[in-house]
Design a protein around this ligand. Structure first.
Ligand code: FNR
Length: 389
């Protein structure tokens, strides 16, 4: 099989001839158990946990199981090209690294390791506002790699403007505004361990290094950390915004703006009407609203309603290559990978992230070909069967 990414399969088998096995599992569904061996109970609970009953996480996976690929034969699918163009940038594959905060709780290199792995594969990393390293440090680690910035919308307009200006200056091209986490959900795994990384000064590097945030404090965080942390919490949580306020962000960002957390068709339409360049159909990996619709269930109607007027991206529950293909077939232009790469980071830093990404892309590439397709653009709902029940 000829495909840029499929080559990882041969590489693994050939290394086996020399007695070497892959350092980490190639089964994305086994990553959480592997990571459980190396992560602290607090970090594991924070990454693996969800809102309330965990029902939304289960719904995310169940939604993928309900759709099934219908393989086609003799389609000359030997040579394949997974690249896609998003906002004028050519990506090596329709996969981005989802914004995930506080990565230093799983590995000391945190976002820096993730940035290096993503850049090496020419996949965009979406840097979280809740990063454990600064915008500038992660940009330096990313080098010439593609990078986007995710905004947790601060309740102070001056801090907001300052953070966005820093991100723009450091070469982050697209802005992903996360709407579903203006307040933290009820998360039993974290609550039972009384664990919230932010109030322990983890995942706060971007604000703590921000000149406007610092200027608003009476004492610098280095002198009075608890007060600075309280200010951080009040800046990023507790206040919902409204559609009319989006215009402000548009003025502060001269690149593409996407809204993340969209699950309702009407919200998708509103995003388009508000002039947004894209949306991310996501339920935050089941971490925010318990008992919610599986994210993939929401995708087809949203993609139809958007009708090509904005880019539609997808996340929540993507684990295997077939999941990537199903989301693309149902109307997503690209998907965001979340927890699996975070487990890779915990298991092996930059190498672990690279392994997880290469495994997912090899699986995607091989499965695309075996299903009878050569490019993401060839996928449509006609490639799928909806299982009964
Ligand atoms: C997240 N996610 C997230 N999203 C965001 O916009 N900003 C953030 O800082 C974070 N932080 C974060 C931390 C952790 C530990 C997880 C697991 C997730 C949500 C993330 O971007 C994405 O929507 C989900 O990870 C998708 O679900 P799965 O596929 O990982 O289950």
């Amino acid at each position: 099989m000829v495909g840029q990414w499929a080559a990882y399969q041969n590489e693994i088998y050939l290394q086996g001839l020399a007695g070497t096995k892959p350092p980490f599992t190639t089964d994305p569904t086994a990553l959480e158990d592997a990571a459980a061996e190396v992560l602290t109970p607090e970090a594991l609970g924070y990454v693996a946990g969800g809102a309330g009953s965990g029902g939304s996480m289960r719904a995310n996976r169940a939604a993928f199981d309900r759709w099934q690929l219908v393989p086609r034969m003799l389609t000359d699918a030997t040579e394949r090209d997974l690249s896609v163009t998003l906002f004028g940038e050519q990506l090596a594959a329709p996969v981005l690294l989802a914004p995930v905060g506080v990565q230093s709780i799983v590995h000391p290199d945190g976002e820096l390791a993730t940035a290096r792995a993503a850049a090496g594969l020419n996949l965009p990393m979406i840097l979280s506002t809740a990063s454990s390293h600064t915008i500038e440090e992660v940009a330096a680690a990313s080098g010439a790699g593609p990078r986007w910035f995710q905004l947790y919308w601060p309740n102070d307009p001056d801090v907001c403007a300052s953070i966005l200006a820093r991100a723009r200056k450091e070469g982050y091209t697209a802005l992903v505004v996360t709407l579903d986490t203006w307040s933290l959900a009820w998360r039993p795994r974290d609550l039972d361990q009384a664990y919230l990384p932010f109030i322990r000064n983890m995942g706060t590097a971007i604000a703590m290094s921000d000149p406007v945030f610092r200027a608003q404090l009476e004492k610098m965080p280095e002198e009075d950390l608890p007060t600075a942390l309280l200010r951080w919490v009040s800046l990023f949580t507790g206040v919902d915004k409204s559609w009319s306020q989006l215009a402000v962000l548009r003025e502060l960002w001269d690149g593409p703006v996407l809204l993340k957390g969209i699950q309702h068709v009407d919200d998708a339409r509103r995003a388009v009407d508000a002039g947004m360049d894209g949306i991310v159909v996501s339920n935050h990996g089941g971490r925010q609203v318990d008992g919610a619709i599986g994210s993939l269930e929401a995708l087809p109607a949203i993609a139809q309603a958007v009708g090509g007027r904005a880019e539609v991206l997808f996340d929540s529950g993507v684990r295997n290559g077939s999941d990537v293909l199903k989301a693309l077939a149902l109307g997503a232009k690209a998907v965001l990978l979340g927890r699996p790469y975070v487990y890779g980071l915990g298991l092996g830093g930059e190498d672990g992230v690279r392994h997880v990404l290469r495994s997912l892309l090899a699986d995607t590439d091989i499965t695309l070909g075996l299903a009878g397709f050569r490019t993401p653009a060839e996928l449509s709902p006609a490639a799928l069967h909806r299982a009964e029940g």
